[in-house]
Design a protein around this ligand. Structure first.
Ligand SMILES: [Zn+2]
Ligand SMILES: [Zn+2]
Length: 238
């Protein structure tokens, strides 16, 4: 099994050392990529790590160099994403709202604009992310599916991969994006997915992956995308 979304203490919101993560993953027989936050955003979550020492740490443990790159669509991008073996593109906007669905709609429109500008990424991270924070974790309305479809059509055309992020399962029982949205992706011809726990604590590494893979199979996904020696492969979900 794999876990392609993990935060170490190179991210300010995690305390796990790279060494501990590697050890834990080995015990659990997980192939991992650590993907710390590098945010090009205004205001509060301006997380950045020193790329050189980050790369050295990954090299020391024989890991590919991953990053979760967050962008707000307007700040200056001060990093070359080609420096990384594995790039998750994420939009970490969560805005105050009167109307939840309107906030979701704006999120999706922004996200579309972001993927129009940023090309150097492999995986689109946790698509319905703001659902994690709203009252009762209200799902994205079906009325927003045409907007989501536009995003999916674009990433499918460009050969990008959709992330299935398992961390929300322990908040409200579904991954990001939700199973309905994953079904939409599948119906549009989307085949490529990766999976990650988004662990910010050691004990969350690999959490939810096994069960979610079973559910993906039920939705008609046959493969999970994996990086072998720096090359993308399709690994059958068994
Ligand atoms: Zn994220
Ligand atoms: Zn993350």
């Amino acid at each position: 099994m794999i876990d392609y979304h993990i935060h170490s203490n190179f991210s300010p919101d995690s305390n796990s050392s790279v060494e501990d993560i590697v050890k834990y993953a080995r015990e659990k027989n997980l192939k991992i990529i650590i993907t710390d936050h590098y945010e090009a955003v205004e205001k509060d979550h301006n997380f950045k790590f020193d790329v050189k020492s980050y790369k050295e740490a990954m090299k020391k443990y024989g890991l590919l160099v991953g990053v979760e790159f967050g962008w707000d669509g307007k700040s200056k991008i001060d990093i070359d994403l080609k420096e990384f073996d594995f790039v998750i593109l994420s939009y970490h906007a969560y805005k105050e709202y009167d109307d939840i669905q309107k906030m979701y709609e704006n999120y999706l429109k922004d996200l579309y604009n972001i993927i129009e500008v940023v090309n150097d990424f492999h995986v689109l991270g946790h698509l319905d992310f703001p659902r994690r924070f709203v009252k009762n974790n209200e799902p994205f309305s079906k009325k927003l599916y045409p907007l989501i479809s536009e995003i999916f059509k674009k990433i499918i055309k460009e050969g990008k991969i959709l992330e299935v992020n398992t961390s929300a399962i322990y908040r409200y029982g579904e991954p990001n994006p939700s199973y309905d949205i994953l079904k939409l992706y599948r119906d549009l011809g989307g085949k490529y997915v990766t999976i990650g726990s988004d662990a910010h604590r050691l004990e969350d590494v690999g959490r939810g992956i096994y069960d979610t893979l079973g559910n993906l199979k039920d939705l008609g996904f046959e493969y999970i995308m994996v990086l072998n020696d720096g090359k993308w492969d399709m690994e059958k979900i068994v």
